[in-house]
Design a protein around this ligand. Structure first.
Ligand SMILES: NC(=O)c1ccc[n+]([C@@H]2O[C@H](COP(=O)([O-])OP(=O)(O)OC[C@H]3O[C@@H](n4cnc5c(N)ncnc54)[C@H](O)[C@@H]3O)[C@@H](O)[C@H]2O)c1
Length: 464
C-alpha cells in the first residue's frame, strides 16, 4: 500500500477491506504472509515484542479495553524463552480466549520482532516493551508495514537514534498510523483537568519541581557480569545499568515527571545544567558496582521564557524518600502528581503554601478512569476504531530528548541544550540492528569487570 492510498482510508473497516484485497493480490503473487484473521473483520490483532513486566501489563491492558469490537493477542517475541513463556502463561490465565498464540507464533531471538509483526495485517497493533534501545529498529519495521503501535517510554536514549526516530515518526503521521507512547501521565484524567485549568488557577508557570527519590530500584546498580553467559544478554537483563540499553536510571525513572511538568508548561526546556554523582561505589560486602549510573541527580532545566524546572533523582537507602511533582505559578501552586509517577489527587492552591484553607481545586476521582495505564489504551483503541488522528511518537521522542539532555548535563558537567542533545553524534549501540544471540555487547568489560563511566569535566562531549 502506498502512502497516498493509506491516507485516504476513512475507517478501519475500509482499511481492512482494502488490505484484504491487497492480501489476495499478494497471495496470487506468491508472497507468503501469515495472515491470522479474515480480512474485512473488525477484529484487531496484537503482537507483543518484549514480554517482560510492562509488556505483559500493556498486553493485558490492551485486551481489557472497553470500546467496541474484538481484540486478540496473536504473536509474541522475546530474546529469552522463559520470559516469553511466563508472560504467555500469565496472559492466558487472565485473558483466556483473547490470547491466541500457539507455539509457532512465539518467537525467540533478536529477529523475533520481524516474525511477530509479520503475523499482523496493516491496521493491527504492535506493542514495543523491550528496553528502549531497540525502539527505533522495531518502530521503523512497524511503520514500513503500516502497523499501529504502542511503545513504552523512553523511546530513545541518544542523539542519532532520536533523529532517526523523528523521521520514522513523521512517516507514521503521513501514513495516518496511530501511535501511543507509554507516558501515561498524559492519560491521567486528574492531570488532564489540571492542565486545562492550571493557568486560571495559578497564573503563569515560573517554576516546576519533580522528585523521585527512593531506594535503589530496577537494575540500576549492578555488580560484575558473572561471565558464564552472553554479556550482551546479561546487559539487556540489567538494562537500567547501561546507557546504551535504557539511558540509565535518569532517563528510565525520571521521564514521567519531566514529561508531565513540560506539558503543564506547554513547552520543552531549551537547556539543562546539573549536579550529580555516585556516593556508593560498592555493595555492603565490598563488591564493586560496574553500572554507568550516578546515585544522585539534581538537574536544572531552563525554558525559553526563563522559567525553571528542577528534577531531583536519588536511588539510595535510608534517605528521605520523596516521589511527587509541583508547579509554581505567579498566583499559586499546583500539586501535579501527589505520589509516584502520576498519582492523584492533583490540587491547586492560591499563594505558595499548600494549606487546606488555600485550596482552589482537587481532582475528583472519576469512576472507571482511575488507571492511566488502561486509559492510554482506551484512548488509543478509540482512535484506531474511529480512525481519529492519534500519534504520540514525536512528543515521546522529545520527552526522551529532554531526559537525555538532563542526564548528559550531569554526566559531562556541561550545560547541554536541546539542540546539543538532538545533534549529539555519540550513538550508544551502533551495531544494534545486527545483533544476534552470539553478538558482543556494545560495552565490553575490562579485566576488572568494569565498564566506562561518566567523568564530568573530563569527558565533556560524550557521556563515557
Ligand atoms: N510506563 C511505565 O510506567 C513503565 C513501567 C515499567 C516499565 N516501563 C518501560 O517498559 C520497558 C520494559 O520494561 P520492563 O520493566 O517490562 O522490563 P523487563 O526486563 O521486565 O522486560 C523487557 C523484556 O524485553 C525483552 N527483550 C529485550 N530485548 C529484546 C529484543 N531485542 N527483542 C525482543 N525482546 C527483548 C527482555 O528479555 C524482557 O523480557 C522499558 O522501556 C521501561 O522503561 C514503563
Amino acid at each position: 500500500m502506498n502512502e497516498a492510498s493509506s491516507q485516504n482510508l476513512s475507517t478501519r473497516r475500509e482499511f481492512l477491506k482494502t488490505t484484504g484485497r491487497l492480501a489476495a493480490v499478494s497471495a496470487l503473487a506468491g508472497v507468503s504472509v501469515p495472515y491470522v484473521h479474515a480480512a474485512g473483520s473488525d477484529a484487531i490483532q496484537i503482537a507483543l515484542i518484549g514480554c517482560g513486566g510492562r509488556g505483559t501489563g500493556a498486553a493485558a491492558n490492551a485486551l481489557a479495553t472497553s470500546p467496541q469490537g474484538p481484540i486478540k493477542l496473536v504473536a509474541m517475541a522475546d530474546v529469552f524463552e522463559n520470559r516469553l513463556n511466563s508472560s504467555y502463561e500469565n496472559l492466558k490465565r487472565q485473558s483466556g480466549q483473547q490470547v491466541d498464540v500457539p507455539p509457532d507464533r512465539r518467537f525467540v531471538g533478536f529477529d523475533g520482532y520481524k516474525k511477530a509483526m509479520d503475523c499482523l495485517q496493516p491496521g493491527d497493533i504492535a506493542i514495543f516493551t523491550t528496553p528502549p534501545a531497540f525502539r527505533w529498529l522495531h518502530f521503523g519495521y512497524a511503520v514500513g508495514k503500516n502497523l499501529n503501535v504502542f511503545m513504552e517510554k523512553p523511546v530513545t536514549c541518544d542523539g542519532p537514534t532520536s533523529r532517526r526516530m523523528l523521521e520514522q515518526a513523521e512517516a507514521s503521521v503521513k501514513k495516518n498510523l496511530k501511535v501511543g507512547v507509554g507516558l501515561m501521565s498524559r492519560h491521567s484524567r486528574a492531570l488532564q483537568t489540571l492542565h486545562s485549568r492550571l493557568q486560571d488557577d495559578i497564573g503563569d508557570v515560573i517554576l516546576m519541581r519533580g522528585y523521585r527519590m527512593h531506594a535503589p530500584a530496577g537494575s540500576a546498580f549492578s555488580t560484575r557480569w558473572p561471565g558464564d553467559s552472553s554479556e550482551l544478554l546479561w546487559q539487556i537483563q540489567h538494562f537500567h545499568s547501561f546507557l546504551w540499553a535504557s539511558g540509565g536510571c535518569y532517563s528510565d525513572f525520571y521521564i514521567h515527571h519531566l514529561d508531565h511538568l513540560c506539558w503543564m508548561k506547554n513547552a520543552w526546556p531549551i537547556k539543562a545544567q546539573s549536579l550529580g554523582g555516585r556516593h556508593y561505589k560498592e555493595t555492603h560486602d565490598g563488591k564493586p558496582y560496574v553500572d554507568q549510573n550516578f546515585d544522585s541527580y539534581a538537574v536544572e532545566y531552563t525554558f525559553e521564557d526563563g522559567a525553571k524546572m528542577y528534577m531531583d533523582g536519588r536511588c539510595m537507602n535510608g534517605c528521605n524518600d520523596i516521589y511527587s511533582s509541583y508547579a509554581h505559578g505567579s498566583k499559586g501552586i499546583a500539586v501535579v502528581s501527589k505520589s509516584s509517577d502520576c498519582g492523584f489527587p492533583s490540587m491547586t492552591f492560591k499563594g505558595q503554601n499548600m494549606q487546606r484553607s488555600n485550596m482552589i481545586w482537587q481532582s475528583p476521582v472519576i469512576q472507571g478512569q482511575q488507571d492511566p495505564y488502561l486509559n492510554e489504551w482506551n484512548d488509543l483503541m478509540e482512535a484506531i476504531r474511529g480512525n481519529k488522528p492519534y500519534n504520540e511518537a514525536k512528543r515521546g521522542i522529545e520527552a526522551s530528548l529532554v531526559s537525555s539532555m538532563g542526564r548528559m548535563a550531569a554526566h559531562t558537567g556541561q550545560e547541554i541544550t536541546f539542540e546539543d542533545m538532538l545533534n549529539c553524534e555519540h550513538e550508544f549501540a551502533p551495531d544494534l540492528s545486527k545483533f544476534d544471540m552470539g553478538s558482543p555487547a556494545p560495552l565490553v568489560a575490562d579485566a576488572n569487570g568494569r565498564y566506562p563511566i561518566p567523568m564530568p569535566g573530563i569527558n565533556r562531549k560524550r557521556e563515557y
